[in-house]
Structures are given as structure tokens and as C-alpha cells.
Write a protein that binds this ligand. Structure first.
Ligand SMILES: *Cc1c(COP(=O)(O)O)cnc(C)c1O
Length: 396
């Protein structure tokens, strides 16, 4: 049953966890590979994507941004998904799988609260108990999302250990899982963690790329020259990239969070500045201090603020299939403002990194190029952050 080769993307990925977790992961992998071939499961999943999430999302020609940049830009509108971002594509899939596996309880960890909300939403949909672990520190910073999760019927457990943030919440979640594996399913929110999670989440998110391919062929009668997406854990990016993996003419660019600059310690650019190491059960690029401790990261966008990255991106980087670049906080703010003004679309701060990077690097592209940007989420959640910044700007 254990095909260890399948655990890896090139040299990255794997399953670096205590022996006690092997049983949980084997059970998950075994069931996933069984249900993914089950027509009933697939048709259920598709029906919820259509009627609950609102798929397919449009591939929108951004005519004014295109004119401004000098080449054609299409936006894959994941911001129009129910709950406002791509994360729901994955949580619906995993919670449906949990239900079929006979699990009675869902656990998840959340940093900014977006994955917690997407998981609580899927649990409300399927009528299954939901427990979300969240660092105490994060609960204060993201109180609206805590309220949203509770409204959706989830129990939010404050994590008081360590730095009281995401990584401590992950540890608590794993502890819970080992103890309660018989009736509990752990829903991970990005293409990270030990095998089979990176593969499962990528497959659920690859609906983004599959739709994009169909849509661009319909509109342009050819494939795009570039795919661009922001990279936190990497799920919206790999969801867009993966179905184009073998299309050699399609270049891929992942945009990481440069925070206050990659020559400071305040960024989250794992692929650009990290070292190969092990975190959260996977071998990948990790941001560490000189003594090997995990670096404290920073990004203006909570969703990109993670000190590692999905192993499949590490693999794409190692074989040169995708290129990874950096956009700092200011570039993200530029992207946020420019897309709002030019197109009437306010992006989440995460994809605003991709928009800002594109605008600042528009000279790199030819006038005949077709570029698809994954607009992973909408910006309503970030309005206050930007408003506070522009207030400060006005005062000085
Ligand atoms: C969580 C989030 C991200 C980052 O996660 P990935 O796994 O890298 O996609 C990006 N955009 C939005 C809107 C998010 O909510």
C-alpha cells in the first residue's frame, strides 16, 4: 500500500512525522485514492462546486489593466467563489471525503482565520462537527473571523502555547488528531504537510487550472504565454499551474511575499530566501534563523505569512518549470489600489502581490503576450488595513 515514490515531488515532500501519525495518514491516503475513482464522490463534489461555491468562476478579460500594461491580461475570478476565495474548493472536497469515511468530527488549524471560515462553512453544509484551533494571539488580531466561525457553528479553541500563532495551532491540531483519529478528520488548508495532503489539496484546487485552460482556449483559441499567482502555502498557484505542467509554451510565475524587503528578516519569501529543511512533516524550502529555528515571518497579507511552501513548488523551482519572484508590501498595496481603480475589482492583499508585481514588471512582457493572473480572493477583508495605511500617508 505504501508507494513511497508517490510521497515525493522530485526530492521534496515526503512524510516526516512521528510513527504515531503514520496510521492516520495511511488511512487518509487509502480512502482518498479509493474515493477519487468513485463516480458518486466525484459527481457530488462537482454538484457542490457548481451550486454552492458558484463554479465555474469567470475568466475575465481585464481590458483597462491590459491597456495600462501593454499586453492582454485575464483574471481567473476565484474572488467570486462563495466565502470570497479559492480555499472553499479544497474544504468542500476534504469534508465530503471525511463524511464518506464515516468521520464524525472535523478539526482544522487557522492563522488569519480564512481557512477556518472555509472549513466551518463546509462543515455547516454537510452537518458535521467542526473544531478550529487558533493561536490566542491570532484570535485577538482576527476577531471578526473568530465570530464568523462561531456563527457557522464551529468551536474555536484558543492555543496558548509557544508564540500563540499558526505553528502552535498546527501542533495542537496534530496532537488532537493522533488522540482522536477514529472519529476525526484533519482538514489542511494548503498544499503543505505530510503526504498525502499536498497531493489531495492540489487535486481539489486544480479545478482552477482546468477551467482556465478550457476558457482561454474558447476565448483566444490558444494557450496563454504566462500564468501568474501568489504563493503562500501555494494552493491557488499550484491549482492554476498543475493542469498546464506539460504545456511547455506556458511559463509560470509564482509571486512570494517580500514584506518589508527580502534583505530584512521581515518577509515570507520561502522559495527565494529559504533553505531546504523539514517543517510540518514535509521536506521543502523553509525560512530559518542561523541557528536553525524557524524564522518569524512578515507579510502585509496574512494568507502569505507562512515560513515554508508546498513541496510541489520546491520541485517546480528545482526543475525550472516555474519561476518564483517577490513582491513587497508596497507592491501589494499598489496592486490593490490599481485593480480597484482600473477594473472595479478589489483584490485580496494576497493576489494583489501578483497584480502589483505584474504592473511593476510590465516591461518584461511583449505586446502579443497573453497573461492569466489567479485572483485568489476578494479584498473586502483587507479594506481596513489599506485604509489605515493611506491615513498615515495623508498625515505625513
Ligand atoms: C489563503 C490565501 C492565499 C494563500 O494560500 P495559498 O495556499 O498559497 O493559495 C492566497 N490568497 C487568498 C485570497 C487566500 O485566502
Amino acid at each position: 500500500m505504501r508507494n513511497i515514490k508517490q510521497w515525493y515531488f522530485g526530492n521534496f515532500g515526503g512524510r516526516f512525522v512521528p510513527e504515531t501519525l503514520y496510521f492516520c495518514l495511511d488511512e487518509l491516503a487509502c480512502n482518498y485514492f479509493r474515493y477519487i475513482k468513485d463516480k458518486n464522490f466525484i459527481s457530488h463534489y462537482r454538484t457542490y462546486l457548481t451550486n454552492f461555491v458558484g463554479r465555474p468562476t469567470p475568466l475575465y478579460f481585464a481590458s483597462k489593466l491590459s491597456e495600462y500594461c501593454g499586453f492582454k491580461i485575464y483574471l481567473k475570478r476565484e474572488d467570486l467563489c462563495h466565502t470570497g476565495a479559492h480555499k472553499i474548493n479544497n474544504t468542500i472536497g476534504q469534508v465530503l471525503l471525511a463524511k464518506l469515511m464515516g468521520k464524525k468530527r472535523i478539526i482544522a488549524e487557522t492563522g488569519a482565520g480564512q481557512h477556518g471560515v472555509a472549513t466551518a462553512t463546509a462543515c455547516a453544509l454537510f452537518g458535521i462537527k467542526c473544531v478550529v484551533y487558533m493561536g490566542e494571539e491570532d484570535m485577538v488580531r482576527q476577531e471578526i473571523n473568530v465570530y464568523r466561525m462561531k456563527l457557522l457553528g464551529a468551536e474555536v479553541i484558543p492555543v496558548k502555547t509557544g508564540s500563540r500563532t499558526l505553528k502552535d495551532a498546527i501542533n495542537e491540531c496534530l496532537r488532537d488528531w493522533v488522540t482522536n483519529v477514529n472519529d476525526t478528520f484533519y482538514v489542511i488548508g494548503s498544499v503543505v504537510g505530510p503526504h498525502p495532503y499536498p497531493l489531495i489539496v492540489r487535486n481539489f484546487q486544480s479545478v482552477i487550472g482546468k477551467e482556465t485552460k478550457k476558457q482561454i482556449l474558447q476565448i483566444e483559441k490558444k494557450l496563454p504565454n504566462y500564468l501568474i499567482a501568489c504563493v503562500g502555502g501555494g494552493s491557488n498557484a499550484i491549482g492554476l499551474f498543475y493542469p498546464f505542467f506539460y504545456d511547455k509554451t506556458v511559463a509560470m510565475i509564482g509571486v512570494e511575499a517580500g514584506g518589508k524587503g527580502i534583505n530584512t528578516s521581515m518577509h515570507a519569501a520561502s522559495l527565494t530566501k529559504g533553505r531546504v529543511g523539514i517543517l510540518h512533516g514535509m521536506k521543502t524550502y523553509v525560512l530559518t534563523e542561523n541557528n536553525g529555528q524557524i524564522q518569524t515571518t512578515h507579510s502585509i497579507s496574512a494568507g502569505l505569512d507562512y515560513p515554508a511552501v508546498g513541496p510541489e513548488h520546491a520541485y517546480y523551482k528545482s526543475i525550472g518549470r516555474a519561476k518564483y519572484v517577490v513582491a513587497d508590501d508596497d507592491t501589494a498595496v499598489l496592486g490593490f489600489e490599481i485593480l480597484s481603480k482600473l477594473e472595479g475589482i478589489t483584490p485580496a492583499l494576497e493576489p494583489a502581490h501578483a497584480i502589483g508585481w505584474l504592473v511593476r514588471n510590465k516591461k518584461m512582457f511583449n505586446s502579443t503576450d497573453i497573461v492569466v493572473v489567479c485572483l485568489s480572493g476578494r479584498g473586502d477583508k483587507d479594506i481596513n488595513i489599506i485604509r489605515n495605511i493611506s491615513h498615515k500617508r495623508c498625515e505625513t
